[in-house]
Design a protein around this ligand. Structure first.
Ligand code: ADP
Ligand code: MG
Ligand code: ZN
Length: 516
């Protein structure tokens, strides 16, 4: 039943959901906890020496007896993967276990080669941490229950043959890729908070270099647990787990949809049942998949083929020393050091590569700090505006164009001293983006430097006045905005190389001479 219209066919579209979400959530509070699985950027798999970059590989070509789960094959632990989880734990303010071990999680499924997954159970590598997120300008702390290490499973593709018979294909390449699971406390209270949590977590993993954080290719996956409760209640009610969300937008939409669905169930006098539901992107709804297994169904027991792991303090200290400056700290520093607005600093520090590009362009070598700030602001503006536009248009990353940080800096310097200006500057930037040539070279070749020659400007102004009698009439008749049209014509005539200020002055002089 739709809460807004009292019809049973509603809640299918995002617009409708948003309206329902706002009106119906007043009496209820949404409680969300997220489980995030991130593939780790190690060179080899978790328990064998197969490489992890399987995305472009032929199906079932990146495998060995260990990740195929052949009887008798012995696993060994990838130390780098453990280190990445320790590093993430430290970055998420967690306690690191001094000793830990792997467990077998038993369940039969065609994507699980051994019939069990090697995972962690009672002692995760990291626990009791937190992550601060920004939600519409407010700081919110989300608890991190645990971060543990496990292995990814094979990939199934479900198909249909020409007779309409269902069949499935299995690709084992993904099997055994190190997978880090980060489980949050049920501290998240809205779809937007969930989105922000994922954005912040992903940025941290990218900064640490432990994961690509790519949701589209499945390197960064999120399961969402969600329940509702009466506003003001401290109790936790029955939760539903949602799977199959392949983008941030999908997570947001699924949580919004599920909140309303659960409210409707309760308002109809029924009870929410604990189950796993799948998000259907096409239909914009969640669909029941199965009722939830309990932990004991997995018959966890310690992995007998692997030794326990000791993570002693000196190893922890070494890892800690390698943790780079994280997004929030970097953003704050950008604001204080370069005088950037919070909004701009946020965008520039969202990705580590963007922040790096920016700082390379700003450089450190300017004597006076006031100078740095001015230049830094100018560079930020060109990056956030034209340069990002060009990158988006070309669909490429920060360092994939020919415009290097050094070139951007040279360009900004030239703009600053007025060698190039206005539309001409944009043209130079575009050319740099395409060719990687120096801005001075481009400007010279194209004859783009500002026209300093008064005679040239003078004749351009005269030509425009002759060619546009109507606009001249308008101006003389008191319509002062006509001057803007004439200015535009002169800029066109000079291909953007004139200084708009001088042109306006010249125009007014000429026009005043015509009055009376
Ligand atoms: P499971 O293996 O059963 O999925 P996990 O411990 O891996 O359990 O994950 C449980 C997740 O569900 C955590 O993120 C936790 O915060 C969340 N959660 C627990 N209770 C609730 C609840 N009542 N409502 C919403 N989320 C919940
Ligand atoms: Mg789970
Ligand atoms: Zn292998």
């Amino acid at each position: 039943m739709c809460i807004r219209d009292s019809v049973s066919t509603c809640t299918k579209t995002l617009e409708c959901n948003s309206i329902n979400y706002m009106t119906s959530t007043k009496k209820y509070e949404t409680v969300i906890g997220l489980e995030v699985h991130a593939q780790l950027l190690t060179e080899s798999k978790m328990f064998c020496s197969c490489p992890t970059d399987y995305l472009d590989a032929r199906p079932n070509s990146v495998v060995c007896p260990v990740c195929l789960g052949l009887p008798g094959a012995m696993p060994s632990i990838n130390k780098k993967a453990v280190e990445f989880v320790v590093m993430t734990g430290i970055a998420l303010n967690s306690e690191i276990a001094g000793t830990t071990q792997f467990h077998r999680k038993n369940y039969p499924y065609p994507d699980l080669m051994k019939g069990y997954q090697i995972s962690q159970y009672d002692i995760p590598i990291a626990s009791n941490g937190w992550l601060d997120i920004d939600v519409e300008g407010n700081l919110k702390r989300i608890g991190i229950t645990r971060i543990h290490l496990e292995e990814d499973v094979a990939k199934l593709s479900h198909r249909q043959d020409i007779k309409g018979q269902d069949y499935s294909l299995v690709d084992v390449n993904r099997s055994g890729v190190p997978l880090m699971e980060t489980v949050s406390e049920p501290d998240i209270r809205s779809p937007e908070e969930a989105r922000q949590y994922l954005v912040h977590l992903r940025a941290i993993l990218q900064y640490l270099g432990v994961s690509t954080g790519n949701m589209e290719d499945g390197s960064f996956r999120c399961d969402a647990n969600i329940s509702i409760r009466p506003e003001g209640s401290e109790e936790f009610f029955t939760r539903v787990e949602i799977k199959n969300m392949n983008s941030l937008r999908a997570v947001y939409r699924a949580l919004e949809y599920e909140t309303i669905r659960q409210i409707e169930v309760v308002e109809n006098g029924e009870r929410v049942i604990q189950e796993t539901r799948g998000w259907s992107e096409e239909r914009g709804i969640t669909v029941s998949q199965r009722t939830k297994e309990n932990a004991h169904d997995y018959r966890y027991f310690p992995e007998p083929d692997l030794p326990p792991i000791a993570i002693d303090l000196s190893w922890q200290e070494t890892v800690k020393a390698a943790v780079p400056e994280l997004p929030t700290a970097k953003r704050n520093r950008f604001m204080s050091q370069y005088g950037l607005l919070e909004y701009d600093a946020n965008i520039l520090t969202n990705s580590r590569l963007t922040a790096q590009f920016y700082e390379e362009a700003v450089g450190q070598d300017d004597g006076e700090s006031g100078q740095v700030t001015l230049k830094a602001k100018a560079i930020a503006n060109w990056m956030l505006g034209d340069f990002f536009g060009l990158l988006n248009g070309a669909g490429i990353g920060m360092y994939d164009s020919k415009l290097t940080p050094k070139l951007l800096r040279e360009f900004t310097d030239m703009v600053e001293v007025g060698t190039i200006r206005g539309p001409a500057a944009k043209t130079v930037l575009e050319q740099m983006f395409e060719t990687g040539n120096k801005p001075s070279q481009i400007a010279n070749e194209q004859g783009l430097p500002q026209i300093e020659d008064d005679g040239l400007l003078e004749s351009a102004v005269e030509k425009v006045i002759d060619d546009n009698p109507q606009a001249v009439q308008d101006y003389l008749g008191g319509k002062e905005t006509a001057i803007r049209f004439l200015l535009g014509q002169v800029m066109k005539e000079t291909r953007g190389r004139a200084n708009p200020g001088s042109v306006t002055e010249l125009l007014i002089n000429h026009l005043q001479g015509m009055e009376g």
